[in-house]
Ligand binder design. Structure first.
Ligand SMILES: Cc1cc2nc3c(=O)[nH]c(=O)nc-3n(C[C@H](O)[C@H](O)[C@H](O)COP(=O)(O)OP(=O)(O)OC[C@H]3O[C@@H](n4cnc5c(N)ncnc54)[C@H](O)[C@@H]3O)c2cc1C
Ligand SMILES: *[C@@H]1O[C@H](CO)[C@@H](O)[C@H](O)[C@H]1NC(C)=O
Ligand SMILES: *[C@@H]1O[C@H](CO)[C@@H](O)[C@H](O)[C@H]1NC(C)=O
Ligand SMILES: *[C@@H]1O[C@H](CO)[C@@H](O)[C@H](O)[C@H]1NC(C)=O
Ligand SMILES: *[C@@H]1O[C@H](CO)[C@@H](O)[C@H](O)[C@H]1NC(C)=O
Ligand SMILES: *[C@@H]1O[C@H](CO)[C@@H](O)[C@H](O)[C@H]1NC(C)=O
Ligand SMILES: *[C@@H]1O[C@H](CO)[C@@H](O)[C@H](O)[C@H]1NC(C)=O
Ligand SMILES: *[C@@H]1O[C@H](CO)[C@@H](O)[C@H](O)[C@H]1NC(C)=O
Length: 616
């Protein structure tokens, strides 16, 4: 039945192209493509396919908050991160060890009255929820409340995918064209080689404060000296392009300019706006269906392999229980939509594997536990979860630090790494991870370098089902430091010491600094072991990836092939942060958008090839 249905759609497509073009939808809710999730993975591919003339249904669980000033003015990102209009609350584990978990200083609990308690001394009767992990369930996904920092990963991260899969389209050299496609760079003279100036993503550079804030300059000068540069190099270093194609890129360390997905007028630029603008232009066959939680992929059984032909969903506000406004009594309206060509899953690193499993694609043992009929036994789904380890060295200066929003990024290469392995950004702020109500302000004398460990050596995390209810959240255990612990902790400790060293030399009445952590004042003489213990137990993260990983043929844990196709079925891809075989660089949002551009090209290429077959 479904086969003839899609054949009919095909005929309709041939005969009534202009009709389809105008209405966007066919009879019985059929589109060429259905994309699930409008974040950095799903948003661009959905808009791009529609702009290429294909009918696309984009399902998004959240609603449109593009006009909410928490979201649209980028510097409100902490307000946006806490805004119930956009946020999805996940509570995760960092390990299997309850003792270690209980020492996490920002452990979150649910009080009897429903409110949150954050800390290590909960009131009687409070229920331990876990470590808060922020996500955004809204048009545009987490790029609507993130910090907007962008980083094209080290070249090796891309080249490794090419090597692993034998697909040379993944080389860093080739991936640059997707960066060029999407970006609209404002921080370089228009036309400068290696970048794009006409794409949909505005890219500006944050103000380091070098010329505008004497206090920022004092920190910059010491950081420059500590990284082996001279203070005379600062005008150049603070504008240095971290997304450039400099030769020997992976070995470049020291101060860079903070490239961000922000428009020159300070408005956030992101996939959410790209999708919204594509819909508003009213000339592309893009149907955006908000407040719609995809609950299951529909497969046809009449081909040699199961083929994804549609999606079941629930329509209604706040259908997913991570939404703080969730109400279990509001059941929503079930519905279905069909795809004549493909279904693309882009729900993010927690939701894409959950949806695959709910649809019968995942480890057979786990699916059977929940009576989910197995479509494909794919043991890798939900595994290989990894994340950048993050830590910060936070201190209080002896007086207020002028300004507030100026930051500068720094790359380091530690003694345990072959290429640069630490990315950090420094400024007068406090960032100690996430909990309901984050962050904590320590006043105008606070100073932090937030440290991101790139290329974590452990990839042992997992997203597993808690139930077969699509409204339920899955269990997430990041399993930090399962392998490579001593090297990864060593790397972070070296970064902490590097920061401590340069900050202690800052003059202008700002010192002496009182460190909050990892070595709290007045001790000032913590052992390496004490600091590593603190870093290990208090590390946090928000760049989850790799739960539906691309992998080589023959790798039984590979979920996708190098073209994002889910192994063992037809017509189904996963395009989002879960597709990466390993954590990309220090910041995932830009590489995820680059994946989305790449997926667009793969899909259109395949269509052309298939079209060729039909024409013969
Ligand atoms: C607070 C915070 C700050 C961050 N800061 C930065 C930063 O400065 N720089 C950086 O590079 N990265 C940052 N990140 C990470 C970055 O935003 C994410 O890695 C990126 O958004 C991942 O994109 P994605 O498309 O994989 O998933 P997501 O962004 O999570 O998007 C998934 C979308 O799918 C929707 N969805 C999920 N399941 C379903 C379903 N079943 N049906 C329908 N819709 C569904 C969700 O509502 C969501 O809109 C930050 C993340 C957070 C949370
Ligand atoms: C569309 O749905 C209607 C009602 O469910 C059904 O009668 C009709 O056959 C369907 N059309 C196609 C092309 O499947
Ligand atoms: C920038 O954001 C503000 C606040 O939401 C909005 O009013 C304005 O229209 C936006 N500007 C542009 C150019 O999109
Ligand atoms: C912005 O978010 C905060 C929570 O962080 C919320 O209290 C406030 O109402 C939101 N503002 C708007 C304009 O929605
Ligand atoms: C760069 O120049 C092109 C061609 O004139 C123009 O279309 C584009 O808008 C410019 N981009 C920026 C960021 O100014
Ligand atoms: C395909 O088979 C599965 C498992 O037997 C079944 O649940 C599903 O409904 C079938 N799909 C269709 C479209 O008939
Ligand atoms: C939840 O939804 C039910 C049914 O609509 C409603 O009666 C109830 O008041 C809602 N609960 C809350 C807390 O809003
Ligand atoms: C570390 O510092 C504390 C507080 O200043 C001091 O009491 C202690 O003796 C010092 N320990 C060592 C080993 O130097």
């Amino acid at each position: 039945m479904y086969r003839s249905f899609s054949f009919l759609s095909y005929l309709l497509c041939l005969s009534f192209f202009s009709l389809i073009h105008n209405t966007g939808a066919w009879e019985n809710n059929t589109y060429e493509y259905i994309v699930i999730g409008s974040g950095p993975g799903g948003g661009p591919v959905a808009a791009n396919l529609a702009r290429a003339g294909h009918s696309v249904l984009l399902l998004e669980a959240g609603d449109d908050q593009t006009q909410n000033v928490n979201v649209s003015l980028w510097y409100n990102f902490n307000l946006a991160g806490n805004d119930p209009a956009t946020r999805w609350d996940f509570f995760v584990k960092h390990s299997d060890d309850p003792e270690r978990e209980s020492r996490y200083l920002r452990m979150t609990w649910r009080n009897k009255d429903g409110s949150f308690y954050v800390g290590t001394d909960p009131p009687a009767g409070a229920e331990q929820l876990g470590i808060y992990y922020p996500r955004a369930g809204t048009l545009g996904g987490c790029a609507m409340h993130n910090g907007c920092l962008t980083m094209n990963p080290n070249d090796a991260d891309w080249d490794d995918i090419a090597k692993m899969t034998g697909d040379s389209s993944w080389t860093a050299e080739n991936m640059r064209k997707y960066l060029i496609n999407l970006e609209r760079v404002h921080y370089l003279p228009n036309g400068t080689e290696g970048h794009g100036y006409t794409g949909w993503l505005d890219m500006t550079m944050l103000d380091s404060g070098l010329e505008t804030n004497p206090d920022s300059k004092l920190f910059l000068q010491q950081a420059a000296l500590a990284s082996g540069a001279s203070v005379d190099d600062l005008p150049e270093l603070t504008m240095r392009d971290m997304n450039g194609d400099q030769p020997n890129r992976d070995q470049l360390t020291g101060i860079f300019g903070g490239v961000s997905h922000i428009a020159p007028n300070q408005n956030r630029s992101s996939p959410g706006y790209y999708v919204r603008n594509t819909v508003n232009e009213n000339k592309y066959p893009l149907t955006l269906q908000l407040d719609t939680l995809a609950t299951k992929i529909i497969f046809s059984n009449d081909t040699t392999k199961p083929k994804a032909i549609g999606v079941e969903f629930l329509q209604g506000k706040s259908m997913y229980s991570a939404d703080p406004r969730f109400n279990a009594s509001e059941k929503g309206t079930p519905g279905r939509a069909f795809a004549s060509k493909e279904v693309i899953i882009s729900g993010g690193a927690f939701n894409s594997p959950q949806l695959l499993k709910l649809s019968g694609i995942g480890p057979a043992e786990e699916l059977k536990k929940f009576n989910i009929p197995v479509v494909v036994d794919l043991p890798g789904v939900g595994h290989r979860l990894a994340d950048n380890y993050e830590a910060g060295i936070l201190s209080l200066a002896s007086r207020a630090i002028a300004g507030a929003s100026e930051i500068f990024p720094v790359f380091l290469k530690t003694s345990v790494a072959k290429i640069r392995d630490i990315y950090m950004w420094c400024g007068s702020f406090s960032f100690e991870g996430f909990w309901p109500g984050f962050p904590e302000s320590y006043g105008p004398s606070q100073y932090e370098c937030a440290i991101v460990h790139m290329n974590p050596r452990s990839q042992a995390g997992a997203v597993t089902l808690r139930s077969a209810d699509p409204r339920d959240v899955p269990d997430v255990n990041l399993n930090f430091f399962k392998t490579g612990e001593s090297q990864d902790l060593q790397a972070i400790l070296e970064a902490v010491k590097w920061v401590r060293g340069f900050v202690s030399k800052v003059g202008g009445g700002l010192g002496p600094f009182k460190e909050k952590h990892p070595c709290p004042y007045p001790k000032g003489n913590c052992t390496d072991e004490e600091q590593k213990k603190y870093i290990k137990e208090q590390a946090y993260s928000h760049h989850a990836s790799s739960t539906c990983a691309i992998g080589a043929d023959g790798d039984e844990m590979a979920v996708l092939d190098s073209k994002f196709r889910v192994r063992g079925v037809k017509g189904l891809r996963v395009v989002d942060a879960s597709s990466f075989p390993a954590v990309p660089g220090g910041f995932p949002v830009l590489p995820t958008m680059m994946l989305s551009e790449k997926a667009t090209e793969e899909i259109l290429n395949e269509l052309e090839e298939a079209g060729g077959v039909v024409r013969h």
